[in-house]
Write a protein that binds this ligand. Structure first.
Ligand code: C2O
Ligand code: CU
Length: 483
């Protein structure tokens, strides 16, 4: 039945091979409600095996949080103290970054900058009280390119104190893998050529840890669908054929419910979008979910199938809007203004041909501190991962409103992630953006200029970097200080 599964591995081949596999989403909705009552978790970081591409394909050696990819779903409650004990059973150092949560600096998981790395055999206790309800995720910040690329990522949901009325609350953790024909994870992390271009885009996209053939829905039901792009480098643009998804939150922060621009949901690495879907498919029919971000490389992520009877005749008309989080509103009139310029990449002066050849002949993998820089922010390249002695590019007095102008001078895309704060996006290329969305990860198209504002209210040294992991490792990283 699955003629494509024997094809040699290619991006298209593997992506399409998923088409014939019968796998449902791995995360049952709301399963962790009871477990979350104490906001207490134990997370063990260890190697394991996972069947990513389906029953008829080999297993893959992966690195996991609690034995699965994606890692355990963490469900915390807004304003309730959480305690997460992370035990490192890898043979290398790690940390956990709770991406998007506005937490105390010491809990941010950046080795050398906010905590000592967790050594093999050791544990670290993360304790914080999540101020914002929404969709977040967690991943390592040590040797991030390889650790995330081998599977270390999990969804983190902070529940609203008043539950939102939907029939089902689903998470789709989307991950991109580069698999070899025998099911292994391809080596070559930190290839300098890729680092200078779009990063390590893989050949297999999984939904909750499996290549997905179909996800099952019932006509009439209202679903909250939390999308998380946990890929190293793959940008996604999702279309839901025959459906009308409504965006209700971006990066965990509620927004005015709106239709996605041009009908597609853009998800750069590390971004999250919460959708409300009123399921209106016809019983017995199937509808494609397509990712067509890259020209000529579109593929079907999954299909929405309607096998069961409708739950109701007409969809709900209760309001869609989520309750807002307590974000401090920046005062634009008194705000300080600063510029962050993104530079470098292939076809830029930083990557001249002689330099490039040297890197290639050396076999790539030149990601040491201060070496192998391909990218820069404001003329400075911090490479590798978090480490001691990272000097802030900008420092703000605590409580100040700040407007940042982000200028992408490169010809590549960059999802820029800010630790410790959410930023209100004000304008893009001189035009006001429609919903002034709060984001922790701002996707910059080539040559984009974006203005974003925030109140620098969270003290500490905060990392700021591109979430294409190869870009971060090779220089697109800096630090902002709030003191
Ligand atoms: Cu999701 Cu600094 O990372
Ligand atoms: Cu980048």
């Amino acid at each position: 039945m699955n003629s494509e599964s024997n094809c040699p591995v290619s991006r298209r081949g593997l992506l399409q091979a998923g088409g014939a596999l019968l796998l449902a989403a791995a995360l049952p909705p709301n399963r962790a409600h009871s477990a979350s009552s104490s906001n207490d978790y134990k997370i063990s970081v260890a190697p394991d095996r996972a069947r990513l591409a389906g029953q008829d394909r080999p297993e893959t050696d992966v690195w996991t949080y609690n034995g699965t990819v994606p890692g355990s779903l963490v469900r915390l409650r807004q304003d309730v103290p959480a305690r997460l004990v992370v035990e490192n059973r890898l043979d290398q150092e790690t940390t956990v970054h709770w991406h998007g949560i506005r937490l105390p600096n010491a809990m941010d998981g950046v080795p050398g900058l906010t905590q000592p790395p967790i050594r093999p055999g050791e544990s670290f206790v993360y304790e914080f009280t999540p101020p914002d309800a929404g969709t977040f995720w967690y991943h390592p910040h040590a040797n991030s390119l390889e650790q995330l690329g081998r599977g270390l990522a999990g969804a983190l949901i902070v529940e609203e104190s008043e539950p939102v009325t939907v029939d089902r609350d689903l998470v789709w953790m989307l991950s991109d893998w580069r698999l070899t024909e025998d099911g292994g994870i391809a080596s070559g992390f930190g290839n300098r050529m890729e680092a200078g271009m779009s990063g390590r885009v893989g050949n297999t996209v999984t939904l909750n840890g499996r290549v997905s053939e179909a996800e099952s829905f019932r006509s009439g039901e209202r679903v909250r669908l939390r999308l998380v792009n946990a890929s190293l480098a793959r940008i996604m643009a999702l279309r839901f054929d025959g459906h009308r998804p409504v965006v209700v939150a971006v990066d965990g922060q509620p927004c005015d419910p709106h239709d996605p621009d041009s009908g597609r949901i853009f998800l750069g690495p590390a971004m999250r979008v919460d959708l409300v879907l009123d399921m209106q498919g016809e019983p017995g029919r199937r509808y494609d979910v397509i990712d067509d971000f890259y020209d000529g490389l579109s593929y079907r992520l999954t299909q929405l199938v309607y096998e069961k009877p409708p739950v109701r005749e007409h969809s709900l008309d209760a309001p869609l809007a989520l309750p807002r989080n307590p974000l401090p509103e920046p005062d634009l009139a008194s705000a300080e203004r600063h510029r962050l310029t993104l530079q470098g990449g292939m076809m830029s002066a930083m990557m001249g041909s002689g330099d490039m050849q040297g890197g290639m002949m050396g076999g790539g993998g030149m990601m040491g501190m201060g070496h192998g820089a391909v990218w820069a922010i404001n003329g400075q390249s911090m490479t590798g991962d978090g480490h001691a002695g990272m000097e802030p590019a900008l420092a703000f007095e605590r409580g100040r409103s700040v407007v940042l102008e982000l200028r992408n001078e490169t010809t590549w895309w960059h999802p820029m992630h800010f630790h410790g704060h959410s930023l209100r996006v004000l304008s893009r290329n001189g035009r006001p953006v429609p919903h002034r969305q709060w984001q922790d990860t701002v996707l910059m198209a080539p040559k984009d200029v974006v203005e974003a504002a925030f109140v620098a209210d969270n003290p500490g040294d905060w990392m700021l970097h591109c979430h294409v992991m190869d870009h971060q490792m090779s220089g697109m990283m800096t630090v902002l200080r709030v003191a």
